[in-house]
Write a protein that binds this ligand. Structure first.
Ligand code: 5U1
Length: 673
């Protein structure tokens, strides 16, 4: 018995030692950037640990390096509310804008001293927030809309650079750390090469590839992508108190085992920030990862607190973006693409050019007016611009083709041959085929299935093209009656992928009214308008029956959008498709109508408020449904009068409009917030 006990003790010790050693090597490799053993030796230790754990599964702990993958694929991601919202950064694109930033910072802090800044490369990746409790990684979430993200814990655990347990002795009980997950250039090129060989989706840039990898329901797929991370911020107020400067915060991160970008630099004054920007712009081609600018932060956290934030954008930090990349190439031909609403977009097919790891072979020409304005012809040498996620565009002609060929707008749709309509005064020409046009049908279905709409995972563009071409799907409702055999028979589809799509279709049936309205693809109804429609009317029947006046009562909806909405529901075909979708099982929770007491009220702000700026006050009021006007009239509900209020206050008194002082105004915000 005693012998048995001793044996077990030895095994426990062995396992603990192996884990400690592996963690040490991970730390040396990822945080200190100083590998301490060869890959082969590392693998040997890892396999030894795996073997011991296999023999003694009762000794497996969640922070063991072997436990990065293993959880079952998820059905869907759950939502996470960020205790402290995940803000975003203001952008600067010129030295003048950086000058204005520095001036504003010093003005607000009432100092003429040069400011101490920390400059960091701006990783072109995906922001995440990771929570550690008593040192153990317990949850990871995407940024989402800043307030609510998605729980991607399983996927974050697969990234070797993310410690499953924090190191060191001074770890807060609870701490949320924020950083950027990215895909190094080499990993991106390898991933795309693999995808191409398997005829799978090619990612347009490393950021999209990183985002796509984090959005996998099966963490084994995420693990196969060589994701990396750098940490840069904190998302909770940990106790004991953490450091008082950004540089100290980053050093503390390193001591906890969290990797921090080694190119981060503390500098004094704006000129040094600008020099850092220049040096990064020169270095970026050689870096192993994509950066799209630098981030400049006020170092002192005391100052950061004093400066605060406006609309979740800290006033103490700014992203100084690199200019868009431009390359020269030749236009080989021009085609017209037909979009969801029938809009014809001229697209230039280019002699392929390679920019920062991405091959560009198409660029948008926007519309015919642009072609004429820029004097573009087939065969021209042109400059093409690629900026972030947007589709590359032709900027200008460098050298005209020897023999120019005029580009003409087709009179008939290149896809369905319906007449092309060009309404006087509108830049866009449209195919008049409506849903008869396969291109419009395909685009409508792609939009319906897209992530922010019905989020039908795996139903990619190529599959939708095939479904429409083979006439299996005519409208979005047909998606829900597809069979396993029909899907499995498509090109490059196996039974497993077909199963996954059926599962995703099933999952998509549980949605929200706002998503459903957005998914319908009504012209000019984006996500924000769809949300407003859902909140305002509360149910689908009321949206469908709304009059033009009722629609225009919503702040963002003017006569044009109202007409598009009415026209959509008046088209005989559309209510029938909606009926079929509901019959197929699409449902959503009842919408709690969020009619604020301030809905329909008009405010005018005058004078200086002590507690917030004019913009902030305006935004707070608008978020509560109020309108903010620039001048007082008899229709004004309230005038908020700060210090040194002037003529607007006098006018309010003359017109007998209710006047609020700052205290009363704050009270209204509190009661309705
Ligand atoms: N490097 C870096 N990226 N980045 C992004 N730092 C950084 N800081 C951010 C964001 C959104 O936000 C903090 C300033 C709150």
């Amino acid at each position: 018995m005693l012998d048995q006990h001793k044996k077990k003790e030895t095994i426990i010790k062995k396992i603990e030692n192996l884990r400690r050693e592996i963690e040490e090597h991970n730390y040396a490799y990822h945080v200190l950037d100083a590998p301490s053993i060869s890959d082969a030796e590392y693998d040997k230790k890892f396999q030894a640990l795996k073997e011991l754990e296999k023999q003694h599964p009762e000794l497996i702990t969640p922070d063991s390096p072997t436990q990065r993958v293993g959880a079952k694929p998820l059905k869907e991601f759950t939502q996470v509310n960020h205790e402290i919202p995940m803000g975003s950064l203001d952008n600067a694109f010129s030295e003048e804008e950086m000058l204005a930033f520095d001036r504003r910072v010093r003005q607000l802090l009432d100092t003429t001293d040069e400011m101490e800044y920390v400059c960091e490369p701006k990783m072109d990746g995906v922001a995440v927030s990771i929570r550690y409790e008593n040192g153990l990684l317990v949850r990871a979430a995407t940024r989402g809309d800043g307030e609510t993200g998605e729980d991607i814990t399983q996927n974050i655990r697969t990234i070797k650079m993310v410690p499953l347990r924090l190191r060191g002795s001074s770890i807060p009980n609870i701490v949320e750390v924020r950083g950027e997950v990215y895909l190094p250039k080499k990993g991106f090129a390898e991933l795309n090469a693999r995808s191409e060989a398997r005829c799978e989706k090619i990612f347009i840039n490393p950021r999209n590839a990183a985002a796509g990898s984090l959005r996998q329901l099966d963490s084994a797929i995420t693990q196969s992508r060589p994701l990396a991370i750098y940490f840069y911020g904190i998302g909770s107020k940990p106790s004991p108190e953490i450091p008082t400067t950004q540089t100290e915060l980053l050093s503390t991160f390193k001591s906890w085992g969290l990797p921090v970008c080694p190119l981060t630099k503390k500098v004094k004054g704006l000129a040094a920030c600008l020099a850092y920007y220049q040096s990064m712009n020169e270095k970026r081609q050689q870096l192993p990862y994509e950066i799209d600018g630098i981030v400049c932060k006020v170092n002192s956290q005391d100052y950061q607190t004093q400066l605060g934030a406006v609309s979740k954008r800290p006033r103490w930090a700014i992203a100084y973006k690199f200019p868009a990349e431009e390359v020269e190439t030749t236009i080989e031909s021009i085609e017209f693409q037909v979009g969801r609403t029938g809009a014809l977009t001229p697209v230039a097919r280019l002699q392929p050019v390679f920019v920062h790891g991405v091959t560009i072979s198409n660029a948008t020409l926007h519309n015919m007016d642009e072609i004429h304005r820029k004097k573009i012809h087939i065969g021209d040498r042109v400059m093409v611009r690629r900026a972030g996620d947007v589709i590359p565009e032709v900027v200008s002609v460098v050298k005209s083709a020897a023999k120019t060929q005029k580009i003409l707008l087709p009179t008939h749709c290149p896809i369905c041959h319906s007449k092309v309509e060009h309404i006087e005064g509108e830049a866009v020409a449209r195919c008049s085929g409506g849903l008869f046009c396969p291109a419009q049908r395909k685009e409508a279905i792609k939009h319906f299935a897209s992530r922010r709409a019905m989020n039908i995972e795996g139903l990619g563009d190529k599959i939708i093209d095939q479904l429409v071409d083979t006439k299996l799907v005519d409208n979005v409702a047909d998606l829900y009656s597809l069979s396993l055999e029909q899907l499995a028979d498509l090109d490059r589809m196996g039974e497993k992928s077909a199963h996954n799509i059926l599962d995703a279709l099933q999952t998509s049936k549980k949605t929200t009214l706002a998503r459903f309205l957005f998914a319908l693809g009504i012209r000019e109804v984006g996500e924000a308008t769809a949300k407003q429609l859902a909140n305002h009317f509360g149910d689908l029947a009321h949206v469908m029956a709304a009059t033009e006046d009722a629609l225009q009562a919503i702040p963002d909806i003017g006569p044009v959008v109202a007409k598009h909405i009415m026209a959509f529901f008046a088209e005989k075909h559309n209510p029938k498709v909606i009926e079929k979708l509901i019959a197929a099982g699409i449902h959503w929770p009842k919408v709690e109508k969020k009619l604020s007491a301030l809905q329909g009220k008009t405010f005018v702000l005058t004078g200086t408020l002590k507690t917030m700026g004019r913009e902030e006050a305006k935004e707070k009021l608008e978020r509560l449904g109020a309108k903010v006007a620039g001048s007082v009239s008899s229709k004004t509900s309230y005038v908020v009068a700060g210090e040194e209020a002037g003529s607007k206050l006098l006018k309010a008194q003359t017109l007998n409009v209710s006047i609020l002082n700052e205290e009363e105004f704050l009270d209204i915000l509190r009661k309705n917030g």
